[in-house]
Design a protein around this ligand. Structure first.
Ligand code: FA5
Ligand code: MG
Length: 449
């Protein structure tokens, strides 16, 4: 006997996700059915799926038992786990209904694997850990953004009471010596920390933070180099004359409420820099609150889907959700024999159908940033995704102006419709577009132009 893990919305105002039932608060609940359905997919646990294979390869760079793997954490978490425990201030924009999928005021679909940091530090079962999981965000629509994706959290910490002479910096440098090396030149113009932009924590010495930062960066760079060398080996097998572009990586200063200093790693891919992970030196308050105040160390959160795109040369993040055998069969058997990995061969290139929509906003109180009048740009993204599903490839604003006399604001968006599995007829694309236009009027109260 097994509880059904298919998510469902029950008539009594509750919702079932992975066998557990949660009470919906209509003032908060904002999970569309396509996102709810994705909670049962667990692509990181589906053998031979590219997300699974990529997880395996990243894991192999962070070996057990130093790192313990957690791959089964439930996607439904509390606001405390996802935000408070990590030091997000009460007014942080990430908490808004425009960015996060809520079940009720205190319960949400995790927006990142960092939601499990506090619990995993508290469990204190190993010096390091990796957590792979599906995560959920209201976000932009393009080839590298999807409302459901996969992250891997990683952390490594050292216990002041367990290292020789309590000298953490020396212990970390020792461990750094044991890590593999690579000979790729990485762009990293950043100082080990920066007083204003990327400060050292009061409780850390400069030498400690520097050693931890170096151990973090080397570990992650070697992982990316491994991914690229496997991608290259696959390409050479198909074409012995294959010459690839040299691997380019760069570190960029970043900010997270739960690390300092913090950095993001970007990789050059298809003519542009692609952000693959965020990372930093863990804020000591996390260890203190988790009952392990003697520990200190680093953490990262990586987009598994994005790494899988680099590894398999997958051009569009939507493909991971495809149930088409022409997609899935290309990876059969690879989980058990990683050296049979091959690059993705697109089944065919179907033509894009770009369509524009322009409208006057209902309100003239246009705010800045991504807030457009009385709604958020993510609302538009979700309306388009809810109407047209995975047939939407890209949505972006192409024009924005305020009428000089009336002060009314007008916006124009370009929506690119393209199926990855078949050719869309013009009638079908028009049908989707018409439905999107109607939904924009109905949901956002805009006036079409
Ligand atoms: C975070 O989520 C932090 N929790 C990462 C972290 C962990 C920092 C531990 C420090 C310590 P960020 O929002 O930048 O950070 O997301 C991390 C990665 O997830 C991104 O670099 C990207 O690779 C991936 N990602 C983010 N949004 C999307 C999306 N909509 N679709 C696909 N991948 C995404
Ligand atoms: Mg980021």
């Amino acid at each position: 006997f097994r509880l059904s893990s298919k998510p469902s919305t029950n008539s009594n105002g509750s919702v079932s996700i992975r066998g557990a039932t949660y009470t919906k608060d209509p003032a908060w609940f904002n999970v569309p059915s396509n996102v709810l359905e994705a909670t049962s997919r667990r692509l990181h646990l589906q053998k031979d799926h590219p997300v699974y294979i990529t997880r395996q390869i990243i894991e192999s760079n962070f070996p057990q038992p130093t790192y313990k793997y957690y791959n089964e954490y439930n996607p439904v978490v509390s606001t405390n786990q996802n935000f408070d425990s990590l030091g997000f201030p009460p007014n942080h924009p990430g908490r808004a209904l425009s960015d996060t999928y809520y079940i009720n005021e205190k319960t949400l679909l995790r927006t990142h694997t960092s939601a499990h940091q506090a619990d995993t530090f508290r469990a204190n079962e190993s010096e390091g850990y990796l957590i792979s999981a599906d995560v959920y965000r209201r976000d932009a629509i393009d080839r590298s953004h999807y409302p459901v994706f996969h992250q891997m959290e990683g952390a490594r910490s050292w216990d002041r009471d367990k290292v020789p002479n309590g000298d953490i910096a020396a212990a970390v440098r020792d461990d750094l010596e044991k890590l593999p090396k690579h000979n790729i030149e990485v762009e990293d113009p950043n100082p080990a920390f920066h007083e204003e932009r990327n400060p050292l924590q009061d409780c850390h010495s400069a030498a400690e933070a520097q050693a931890i930062g170096e151990h973090l960066k080397r570990s992650l760079e070697c992982m990316v180099v491994d991914i690229f060398s496997r991608a290259k080996a696959a390409a050479v097998k198909e074409d012995p004359n294959f010459v690839d572009e040299p691997l380019r990586m760069r570190w960029v200063e970043a900010y997270f409420p739960f690390t300092s200093p913090s950095w993001e790693l970007e990789v050059y891919y298809a003519g542009d820099w692609l952000e693959v992970l965020g990372s930093g030196v863990v804020r000591q308050s996390l260890f203190n609150n988790a009952g392990v105040p003697n520990r200190l160390g680093w953490a990262f959160g990586i987009g598994i889907d994005r790494i899988a795109m680099l590894l398999f040369k997958i051009p569009d993040i939507r493909l991971f959700w495809s149930q088409d055998q022409r997609f899935l069969s290309q990876f059969e058997g690879v989980s058990d024999k990683l050296d049979t990995l091959r690059r993705f061969a697109p089944f065919s290139k179907y033509p894009p159908c770009p369509k524009d929509v322009s409208f006057w906003l209902a309100s003239t109180s246009a705010a800045g940033g991504n807030t457009r009048g009385n709604f958020h740009e993510n609302d538009i993204m979700e309306i388009v995704r809810s109407v047209a599903g995975d047939v939407v490839e890209d949505v972006r604003v192409i024009d924005e102006f305020t009428h000089p006399k009336t002060g009314r604001k007008s916006l124009a968006y370009r929506i690119v419709y393209r199926s990855l599995e078949r050719t869309l007829t013009n009638e079908e694309a028009n049908g989707f577009h018409e439905a999107v236009r109607e939904a924009l009027v109905k949901e956002l109260g805009v006036e079409l132009r």
